[in-house]
Design a protein around this ligand. Structure first.
Ligand SMILES: [Zn+2]
Length: 478
């Protein structure tokens, strides 16, 4: 079955055919590094990461580009409030992003370009748009003239005339039309600036995405991701800029993730802090968090609540129990043997596992349906639990071990179940730094300092070591 991907622009699923054979160019609008990452940000990045991992699993060589907007009004405002340089703010929250991306098992992008490191490229693109008549300089700013790009509004299915009527309240004196958007902003007193043909200033928000996607992949991207909230005006602006400059189609598949609905008053941004990833991982395992984020189809809206996270935790717990039970059944010795020695029941079980693996692929091929795909992984676990009962034969151990391997493999495609089924390590086999953390945690648990113990556990997970406390002691997996 061919991979089918929904494209927001054409508003339908289409067969995925990349621009360059065997390769995929994917762009993800990254963070404006002005605050701690919250669950809404990380939902988008987790969905993007899942899509990328699946494309890699299918054998594509993926160039994954995710930028950092490291200069912007909010960053400057925060820097002024704290009395520091804007760089300090940008660097602080860039680090925070990487910390929580690691915890949520979000792979590093192929390239993480920063706006401030591409100022000359940005100026060049603005200049091109000005030369081609899409942009005009006015009062130290440069604006994109929407009227010059007749298909503006097609991605968001908005009617330009209606938009124009709605935007009238926000008329800026330098603009020809209220809908025109800034490509370059003249610097105000006390703001960071760069010299340009239009005087001292800094880039508008959308221009960097057009620059970086072309620079690091090409004029046409296969997939462009981001939250639904970015469709208008951000992505609409990216299209106008890129297609205005190149005359070519900018993106073949716009993959927008649905947004989070916060449930319960404590979850709201204004009253609670649970929204920040930093706080959620104090209460829930990052693996549970990732599982939860992928347990709905990426385009559906998601309900976010402690109850939903608790459900995800029990689901992950059920999978861990299956591994525990099957591993105990198999014992310490790795089962060996070939298909020839298998009885009918063993063969039948193995065949069912393989059918479910195929279903996993078919489901993922249907617009990256991770929710459905996870269901097929759980079906294998359920079958394995049933198959476990009864007599104990080497052939049975062999097929069950194969089933666990398949679960692990599919889990890896989605980046879930990291702490389940990994190789069990002894404390003395750990690198010194990790060993010290494990010992520190044991001490904290000894004196019932649970919060400290949990935060060390999270720190170890970020390094790829997963701890599971059992009555007989703590198990460490890699
Ligand atoms: Zn963008």
């Amino acid at each position: 079955m061919a991979l089918m991907v929904y494209d927001t622009f054409d508003a339908k699923k289409k067969e995925f055919v990349p621009v360059k054979e065997g390769k995929v160019g994917m762009y993800m609008c990254g963070m404006t590094v002005q605050d701690r990452p919250h669950v809404g940000h990380m939902l988008a990045f987790t969905c993007g990461d899942m899509i990328r991992r699946y494309l890699e699993y299918k054998g594509y060589e993926v160039t994954y580009i995710q930028n950092f907007t490291d200069v912007d009004d909010k960053i400057i405002a925060r820097a002024n409030a704290e009395g520091v340089d804007y760089h300090v703010i940008a660097e602080r929250y860039t680090k925070e992003y990487f910390k929580y991306a690691d915890l949520l098992n979000i792979k590093r992008a192929t390239v993480h370009p920063k706006a401030t490191e591409h100022i000359q490229d940005i100026i060049d693109l603005v200049k091109t748009l000005e030369d081609k008549g899409f942009a005009y300089a006015s009062g130290g700013d440069v604006y994109y003239e929407i009227a010059r790009f007749p298909t503006y509004g097609r991605l968001s299915k908005k009617n330009i005339d209606e938009l124009r009527a709605g935007a009238r309240v926000a008329v800026v004196e330098h603009k020809r039309s209220p809908m025109d958007f800034a490509l370059w902003k003249g610097a105000k007193e006390g703001e960071p600036y760069w010299d340009s043909p239009w005087g001292k200033g800094r880039p508008g928000w959308a221009i960097e995405c057009s620059v970086m996607s072309t620079k690091y992949y090409g004029e046409t991207l296969d997939i462009h991701g981001g939250g639904e909230d970015l469709i208008f005006p951000h992505h609409e602006n990216e299209i106008a800029q890129s297609e205005g400059a190149t005359g070519k189609k900018f993106v073949n598949f716009w993959a927008h993730n649905g947004l989070l609905n916060l449930v319960g008053e404590k979850m709201s941004k204004s009253t609670g802090h649970f929204f920040a990833i930093e706080d959620i991982v104090k209460e829930f395992d990052p693996d549970v968090m990732r599982f939860y984020l992928l347990s709905s189809h990426y385009r559906s809206p998601m309900e976010f609540s402690r109850e939903r996270l608790a459900e995800a935790r029990s689901a992950v717990g059920r999978m861990a129990n299956t591994f525990r039970a099957v591993e105990a059944f198999i014992g310490d010795e790795k089962p060996e043997g070939s298909l020839e020695g298998l009885g009918d029941k063993d063969l039948e079980f193995r065949k069912k596992v393989e059918e479910r693996v195929n279903l996993f692929g078919e489901t993922m091929d249907d617009d990256f349906n991770s929710a459905g795909a996870i269901g097929h992984i759980f079906d294998i676990a359920r079958d394995a639990n049933l198959f476990l009962k009864g007599e104990d034969t080497p052939a049975k151990k062999l097929v069950l071990s194969h089933a666990l391997g398949r679960i692990k493999e599919m889990g890896d495609v989605l980046g879930i179940f990291r702490g389940i089924g990994g190789e069990i390590l002894k404390v003395e086999d750990l690198p010194l730094e990790a060993r010290e953390l494990v010992e520190e945690r044991a001490k904290a648990r000894g004196v019932k300092e649970w919060a400290t113990a949990d935060s060390i556990r999270t720190e170890l997970a970020a390094k790829g070591y997963f701890l599971e406390d059992r009555p007989g002691g703590t198990i460490i997996r890699k």
